[in-house]
Design a protein around this ligand. Sequence first.
Ligand code: HEC
Ligand code: HEC
Length: 203
Amino acid sequence: MKRLPTYLAAAFFGMAFPAANAGDVAALMQGCNDCHGEGGVSQWTDVPTIAGLPEFQHADALYIYQDEARPCRDAEYKQGDTSRAAISMCAVAAKLSEDEIDAIAAAYAELPYVKAKQEFDADLAAAGKALHDEHCDKCHSDEGTNPEDEAGMLGGQMMGYLQQSFVDYKADTRDQPKKMKEKIDALSDDDVTALVNYYGSVQ
Ligand code: HEC
Ligand code: HEC
């Protein structure tokens, strides 16, 4: 059977997927969801929720993985065929074309962001909120949940993933905006713990 023209498939799928075939994009996203959770909403603390991630920041993250400008740690598949070999985000991104990256980022941006239900320490969260309001809110508004900031989703993001992100930023093994680096470098380990609890408290 002949493939539907892309514009028809896109209309059928209910979203515009420039250049990349809608069916292929849906299949690729299923592969992502086998680690990131159904609809891109994670249930595992070491894996970030990618549903609702701002479009340009998501695409950018995938290009950064292609450039290996972020750590390339192997991760296990969490669901679906879990006998598949562990794979890093760098290896995942390396297989994607530019059109596929743009289509995937656009599609996840349309999906609802769901804040994780996590345990947190209320005192630490209060200390973290004060740090956030002073140093981070300018670029991460609305408790770090405003997609228009194009700066990731922090409030309600998985705490294990956030903790790892701070370790990577501090070790300078993850690409980051220059103005943010100044702020991150100034954080103590206790500050980081407080911030992680604050973002976890946003539910
Ligand atoms: C084998 C598991 C696995 C698969 C498959 C996978 N991911 Fe990931 N992904 C992770 C893990 C774990 C992290 C966080 C740690 C890291 O950077 O390795 C991550 C991080 C990310 C991030 C960074 C989030 C941020 O806020 O910066 C994005 C974006 C992402 N993945 C998108 C995708 C997309 C899109 C796909 C499918 C094309 C995909 N992932 C497939 C496990 C996976
Ligand atoms: C000058 C603007 C700016 C400031 C100030 C700033 N950030 Fe960011 N931050 C960004 C941008 C832009 C990104 C997205 C970068 C990227 O995709 O590589 C980001 C990404 C992040 C991420 C990763 C999100 C993800 O999805 O993985 C974390 C965590 C983070 N910032 C925490 C902080 C904290 C905590 C502070 C305050 C101490 C802070 N930032 C201050 C601009 C800023």
